[in-house]
Design a binder for this molecule. Structure first.
Ligand SMILES: Cc1cc2nc3c(=O)[nH]c(=O)nc-3n(C[C@H](O)[C@H](O)[C@H](O)COP(=O)(O)O)c2cc1C
Ligand code: SF4
Ligand code: SF4
Length: 263
């Protein structure tokens, strides 16, 4: 079983590619946390690196996974550059459940967070040319049940980013906010949000819209996957007050909107 968490499709796409090459099924981490996995002989996790750490939701849900101590376990982290403690932290959680991680690796992919810094993740297309061979290697290692650990580097950056004082400064840099003037109430963001954290609500009184319609409102369970930002057809979800434009929106080219819908 390959378990994934994905906001802009990199992890979903790589989970699918590994699934095809290893014959394993795939499942989102939300579903996996409610599923009996004890009969699975292979259990892999594919999730991004956020601020050189695992996404908070992955750290929260991994303790709920029912994995047999005899299963071959692996972690693959598709990230923009460096994993930091993204793999190490989850391997410690697995260890506390009596599960030793057999294999781990990172894959460099276009960085979906680049949008927050005014850069275009599509500029990083060269990464696609490189990552295919990395995915081949990982699949062949899994099929051979090899034990190898490539935790990646920049561990100290992971510790630093996890400090509460640093988090207070860095989290706002990638915080999505709805620009209600641009929102047309299509509900795409509601349907892609893996955290079910967006609701439709009456527009604020000041909204200068001729057509009265509900607008999206982001709640307090955001894990900053940026799915809503990249998939909004109106570029109405902005980051840290910076307008989003179409050229800056990114999702993995093999993944479509329908693949990301929770329903
Ligand atoms: C909030 C946030 C923080 C990120 N931090 C890092 C990071 O510390 N290191 C890194 O290499 N990539 C970082 N990235 C890039 C993602 O790890 C990368 O784009 C990943 O492939 C996204 O996976 P997805 O498309 O399945 O959501 C970050 C992305 C987001 C949204
Ligand atoms: S996807 Fe964009 S336009 Fe559609 S409801 Fe959400 S914010 Fe509004
Ligand atoms: S509200 Fe947060 S968790 Fe939901 S899609 Fe947007 S960035 Fe992801």
């Amino acid at each position: 079983m390959i378990i994934y968490f994905s906001g802009t499709g990199n992890c979903l796409s790589i989970a699918r590619q590994l699934s095809e090459k290893t014959g394993q099924s795939i499942m989102s981490i939300y579903e996996a946390a409610q599923t009996d996995l004890t009969q699975e002989e292979i259990v892999g996790l594919v999730y991004p690196s956020y601020y050189f750490n695992p996404p908070a939701v992955v750290s929260e849900l991994v303790p709920h996974l029912s994995i047999s101590p005899n299963a071959y376990t692996f972690i693959v982290v598709p990230c923009g550059a460096q994993t930091g403690n993204s793999i190490w932290n989850i391997s410690r959680i697995l260890k506390s459940k009596g599960i030793s991680l057999d294999y781990c690796h990172k894959v460099r992919v276009p960085d979906c967070s680049a949008i927050g810094f005014g850069r275009n993740p599509n500029d990083q297309q060269w990464k696609f040319a490189k990552y295919a061979s990395r995915v081949e290697t990982i699949a062949s290692d899994i099929n051979a049940r090899r034990r190898r650990h490539h935790y990646g580097s920049w561990g100290p950056a992971g510790w630093i980013c996890a400090l509460p004082a640093v988090k207070r400064k860095t989290l706002p840099l990638l915080q999505p906010e709805v620009n209600t003037d641009k929102c047309i109430g299509c509900e795409t963001c509601v349907r892609v949000c893996p955290q079910k954290n967006i609701v439709m609500t009456d527009p604020p009184a000041h909204t200068p819209t001729a057509t009265p319609h509900t607008t999206a409102q982001i709640g307090n369970r955001c894990v900053q996957c940026l799915s809503c930002v990249h998939f909004c057809p109106q570029q109405a979800i902005e980051i840290n007050g910076k307008p989003t434009n179409k050229q800056h929106q990114y999702h993995h080219p093999l993944i479509r909107l329908k693949d990301m819908l929770r329903d």
